[in-house]
Structure formats: structure tokens, C-alpha cells
Ligand binder design. Structure first.
Ligand SMILES: Nc1ncnc2c1ncn2[C@@H]1O[C@H](COP(=O)(O)OP(=O)(O)OP(=O)(O)O)[C@@H](O)[C@H]1O
Length: 604
């Protein structure tokens, strides 16, 4: 029997067990960040000092500022600045994308041409480039359209008439932005995982579709921050076209202050307009980045509006603490005597050796309640298999155990230490991220998709955490890692990179990596579902060996045969609830719950 004796005699529905202890006396204190508070106070003082100095000094000339801010010439100059930024951005990025594609193309000549372009135009200062373009008439008196190396000409113009200051400005900004954006786009393309290129190719997608539909949208996450930096530089760089006597914002301002000698107020007019442009660009950037982060993150960041609303209310941390407090208080309202079966209590959490206690845990994603009042006790050294339909909340429960998912209500404890809290008497202090990371060391996790670090070899993957988290010496870490890799049958693959390993081998490296921290608890999230049947056994054999090692194992799995063989206890989940808990011999042979029977009938 692997569940604690608290649960003895509880055949099913372990989640609905009422606690017998009064938890309502526990007070939850949200995590405090003194450095953050000091930083905020410092920022307020700085902002106040600047505002005070700017508003109280009459020499800033705010009346002159107000007179000119919306004046016609300034707005006309602003319009030209915006137009130049727009043309420079669109044309520059089109040119840059073409250059980046040429650079990664299979043609060495095209790639060299692209490299040479970038080398040349990144070297020339924008102001010099603008002057060269403005004087192009000296080099070529006419511009013509025709077939090169023949006498055929369709049209021709005088260069000085053709290249107006505005045209020279657009051309200069485009050529300049093209060189920089080419490198930004190339960096984005290189950041996309090789597997994605291969998957797109394997599906037989045409090259253009592979790029536009698969590679570029993923590359955008890398391109956007740098790309917007470039656009912002370009917007400010338009001020350099004053050299062409083109009355954009800055040149217009210069003309005005040379006449009225109100230099500072007019420079402030330009500064505030540039600030407005940059603020709008930052806002747009945030939204485009959010759009392209779809699917990249399990929990995408909230929108600016959502963030502002959250800030208006209490912080997320405080809100979560409040919810848990409410859960504890609610749990406390179930008084002793309501049931003969005791659920986990805070007092009884003071045990050791990898015991996991889950009490009244609930978790929602938006309106979807993924975990619904789940309670469970797993004794130290036990092996528990969590089974159930896809989407029943198995992975979420597993991820909650090492705090990768934060629960909305209830609590989880490992060896008496609450996940996410430190207990001091009747007070629960919410842990900071740093402390949560420290506690995670005791809980290893093996992911469905391995999640090995692709740029590190197998042994480097394994030694990373012992070196930086446990602080062991490099020699010791290497020796232990070699031993672990040998234990999972990979003695000959220590120096291989993850991509040079088969799926089963990668998963075994992932297991060795998790074991390297000597965790008390090891969580497996469908460790074999990404593997082909032959490789499945490789990994299952390693887990079977681990099951005898005394580490508490929790395995979310669809491998019913494996669960039957290796698990001490099987937990069946459905729609975020635990419907049945028991030894595999009983659950698989005579399930109590009709839904378990129905599920097993389909999978066995
Ligand atoms: N970050 C998230 N945002 C929104 N919904 C989520 C998120 N993570 C999980 N879900 C939803 O929660 C439910 C439970 O997901 P979970 O991954 O825990 O299921 P599971 O039982 O492990 O399924 P499977 O066996 O298919 O892996 C699913 O409906 C899923 O769509």
C-alpha cells in the first residue's frame, strides 16, 4: 500500500476527503521584495525631482513650447518624418529580408553579394550616404531605363531632377536600414530550430510556404525586439536628413529657432514629438510581439490592458495567496468528526523521505477548471502511475507538484515543506522565485519531449545543475555524470549532442540529468509517448530500475502494462478529479468506478 495510512480504507474519491484540522488560523503573507520596493521609491524620487526641475525653471519656456507644438510648420515636418520612417522601414525591411534570404541561400555568389552589401552599407555613416546620394548627379548626369549593354533606352531623366531631396532621403534610409535589417532577419531565421525546417520539408511544403508559414512566424519572436530597435533608430535617424535641407521635424525646428532664438523650447517640441513616436512604436511592438508569441509559451504574458487592470487590483501574487488562504479557511470549515478518514494536514506534513501530500488542490485556466479539489498522499519511495483520458489534468497535477504550475487553491507539500510557502507557526510566507528554485532541486522532472539543452553534450546536460546548483566540483560532477549515463546505458554517448541521439537515448539522458541532483521525488510526464515502441522499453527498463531505488516516482503514463508492472498505486483521473486510487492489481482487475471500467475497457 503506497498511500499513507491516512487514506487507508478510502477506496475512491480521495480528492473529496474533508480535512479534520482547522486551517483557518493560518495567515498567508505574500512574498516581499525589499530591493524592488527600494527601487520603486528611488524611481519615484527621481521622477519627482526631474518633474520639479522641469516645471519650476522658467527657462524651459513652456509657453513657447505650447505655441509651437501644434503649429503648422512643425506638424508638416512631423508628417515628413513619419513618412520617411514608414518608407525607410517598409522598403528597408523588404530589402533586408531579400538580402537575408540571399545570404542563407545555396548560391555562394548570391550569399557573397549579400555579405558584401551588408559589409559596405553598415560601414558607411548614414549622413555620408545621404550626401553621396545628393551629389549623385556629379557622377551620373542622367538616370535611364533600358536594356544594359545595348543601345535600347525606354526613358531617361536628369539625375538632379530625378533624385529630389525626399527621394535621396528615402533611398539613403532604405539602403542603410536594409543592411542592418538583413542581419536581424538572418538572426531570426537561424534561431528557428532545425527540426522545424525538417518537419516543414517532410510535409512537402513548397519552399516559399515553408518560409512564410513555418520559419518566418517563429523567427519573428527573435526579429521583433531587434527589428523595432532598428525602426526606432531609423525614426531618430531621419533627423540626419536635415543635411539635404529637407524640412522634416528636426530641420523645421532648426529653421524656427534660428529666427526666434528660442532654442530650448523648440528643441523640447522636437523631443516630445520623438517621444510620442517612440511610445506609439513601443505600443505597437508589444502587441505584435504578443501576436507572435502565440503557442510559443505555455502561459503567454497578459495584454497591457490586462496587466494594468491586474496592477489596479492587488498583485497576482497577493491574489494567489488570497485564494489559497480562502482554500485553507474553507478546508478548516470541515470539522473533525465529519469523516473517519484523515486528509493530509499541515501538522502531519513534518515527515521525511520524499513523501508528497496534495490537499484540496484546484487550478483553472480561464474558465476551464483543470484540477478540481484534488487530494492525495504518496508515501516515500512509492511508485504512483497517474492514468486517465487525454485532457483530464494529469500533466497539470504533475507540474503543480514542482510548482511549474501555480495552484489556485489548496496546497502541496513534500516531506512537510509546503510548495511555494515557508511555514512559521501559524503564518505561511509565500516564497520568492529564488527560494522556489532552491526547493525544486529535490524534485526532478522528466518531460514528454525531453527538453534537453541542444547546444550541450549529453554529459554537459547532466553536470549543468550539479555544478551550478549543488556546487559540486567539476571532477566530481563529471565522474557522477559518467556513472549515471552508464547506468542508463549510454556510457558510449557521453560526448554526443542531443540531436545526435535517438529519441530513447535522449529521454535516458533526460532521466540521468534529473537524477544528477539526487532528488527525493522524480516526476515523469508521459516519458515514453514521444518514442517509438522499440525505444519505449529502453526507457521503461530504466524507470523500473529506478523504482527499486527508493526515490518517490510519480509517472503520468498511457502505458497500462507498465503501470500494472511497476506501480504500487494507480490513480485514475477524469475532468480534473481523482475518481479512483488503489493498487494496480485491484484497479485493473476490479475497478470500483464505472468511468474507470469504461476507460480500461477501451485501453486494455
Ligand atoms: N497553459 C494552459 N492554458 C490553457 N489551458 C491549458 C493549459 N495547460 C493545460 N490546459 C488545458 O488543461 C487541460 C488539462 O491539461 P493536461 O495537460 O493536464 O491534461 P493531461 O491529462 O495531461 O492530457 P494528456 O494525456 O493529453 O497529456 C486540457 O484541457 C488542456 O487543454
Amino acid at each position: 500500500m503506497s498511500l499513507a495510512s491516512d487514506f487507508a480504507g478510502l477506496p475512491t474519491r480521495a480528492h473529496s476527503t474533508p480535512p479534520t484540522r482547522d486551517f483557518s488560523r493560518y495567515r498567508i503573507v505574500p512574498a516581499r521584495y525589499p530591493a524592488r520596493t527600494i527601487g520603486t521609491v528611488f524611481a519615484v524620487v527621481v521622477i519627482f525631482a526631474i518633474a520639479n526641475s522641469v516645471l519650476s525653471n522658467p527657462r524651459w519656456g513652456w509657453d513657447v513650447f505650447a505655441e509651437w507644438f501644434f503649429s503648422e510648420p512643425v506638424l508638416a515636418g512631423l508628417g515628413r518624418t513619419l513618412l520617411l520612417t514608414l518608407f525607410g522601414t517598409v522598403l528597408g525591411f523588404l530589402l533586408g529580408t531579400g538580402l537575408a534570404l540571399a545570404r542563407v541561400s545555396g548560391s555562394p555568389l548570391l550569399a557573397s553579394l549579400s555579405w558584401a552589401y551588408v559589409w559596405l552599407f553598415r560601414s558607411i555613416p548614414l549622413i555620408v550616404l545621404l550626401l553621396i546620394l545628393n551629389n549623385l548627379g556629379y557622377l551620373y548626369s542622367t538616370v535611364w531605363l533600358g536594356i544594359p549593354f545595348t543601345e535600347i533606352t525606354f526613358a531617361s531623366w536628369s539625375t538632379t531632377q530625378f533624385i529630389t531631396p525626399f527621394f535621396a532621403a528615402v533611398l539613403g534610409l532604405t539602403l542603410h536600414a536594409g543592411a542592418f535589417s538583413s542581419e536581424i532577419v538572418r538572426g531570426g531565421i537561424l534561431s528557428v530550430d532545425q527540426g522545424q525546417h525538417e518537419a516543414a520539408a517532410a510535409l512537402g511544403l513548397p519552399r516559399r510556404r515553408q518560409f512564410s508559414r513555418i520559419v518566418l512566424p517563429q523567427a519573428m519572436r527573435t526579429i521583433l525586439p531587434n527589428g523595432f530597435n532598428e525602426i526606432i533608430l531609423l525614426a531618430k535617424g531621419t533627423s540626419q536628413v536635415y543635411i539635404l535641407a529637407l524640412p522634416e521635424l528636426f530641420y523645421t525646428i532648426q529653421i524656427i529657432y534660428r529666427r526666434n532664438l528660442e532654442v530650448i523650447p523648440l528643441l523640447m517640441v522636437a523631443t516630445v514629438w520623438y517621444l510620442v513616436i517612440l511610445s506609439v512604436l513601443s505600443f505597437v511592438q508589444h502587441h505584435i510581439e504578443r501576436y507572435y508569441s502565440r503557442g510559443a509559451l505555455r502561459n503567454p504574458p497578459p495584454s497591457l490592458i490586462g496587466l494594468a487592470l491586474a496592477r489596479l487590483g492587488r498583485s497576482r501574487d497577493a491574489a494567489a495567496a488570497r485564494r489559497t488562504e480562502a482554500a485553507l479557511a474553507q478546508a478548516g470549515s470541515y470539522q473533525a468528526g465529519s469523516s473517519a478518514v484523515a486528509a493530509p494536514s499541515l501538522a502531519s506534513l513534518q515527515r521525511s523521505g520524499g513523501e508528497i501530500r496534495i490537499s484540496n488542490v484546484s487550478k483553472s485556466f480561464g474558465p476551464l477548471k483543470v484540477l478540481d479539489d484534488v487530494s492525495l498522499v504518496l508515501r516515500p519511495g512509492s511508485v504512483t502511475a497517474i492514468i486517465g483520458q487525454s485532457g483530464s489534468g494529469k500533466s497539470t497535477l504533475l507540474r503543480s507538484i514542482n510548482h511549474l504550475e501555480r495552484v489556485d487553491e489548496g496546497f502541496i507539500a513534500i516531506d512537510g515543506e509546503l510548495i511555494g510557502y515557508r511555514q512559521d507557526g501559524d503564518t505561511l510566507y509565500e516564497l520568492k522565485e529564488r527560494e522556489i528554485l532552491k526547493r525544486r532541486v529535490d524534485v526532478g522532472m522528466v518531460f514528454q519531449s525531453f527538453n534537453l539543452f541542444p547546444h550541450l553534450t549529453a554529459i554537459e546536460n547532466v553536470i549543468e545543475a550539479p555544478l551550478s546548483v549543488r556546487g559540486v566540483s567539476r571532477e566530481q560532477a563529471l565522474a557522477e555524470a559518467r556513472e549515471l549515463l552508464a547506468r542508463v546505458g549510454l556510457a558510449d554517448k557521453v560526448d554526443a549532442y542531443p540531436r545526435q541521439l535517438s529519441g530513447g537515448q535522449q529521454q535516458r539522458v533526460a532521466i540521468a540529468r534529473a537524477l544528477a541532483l539526487k532528488p527525493k521525488v522524480l516526476l515523469f510526464d508521459e516519458p515514453t509517448s514521444a518514442l517509438d515502441p522499440e525505444l519505449v522499453n529502453e526507457v521503461l527498463d530504466v524507470i523500473k530500475e529506478l523504482a527499486r531505488s527508493g526515490t518517490t516516482l510519480v509517472i503520468v503514463t498511457h502505458e497500462i502494462g507498465f503501470a500494472r508492472e511497476v506501480a504500487d498505486e494507480v490513480v485514475f483521473m477524469e475532468a480534473g478529479r481523482i475518481l479512483e486510487v488503489g493498487p494496480p492489481a485491484r484497479v485493473f482487475a476490479e475497478p470500483d468506478h464505472p468511468r474507470t471500467r469504461e476507460f480500461l475497457a477501451k485501453v486494455l
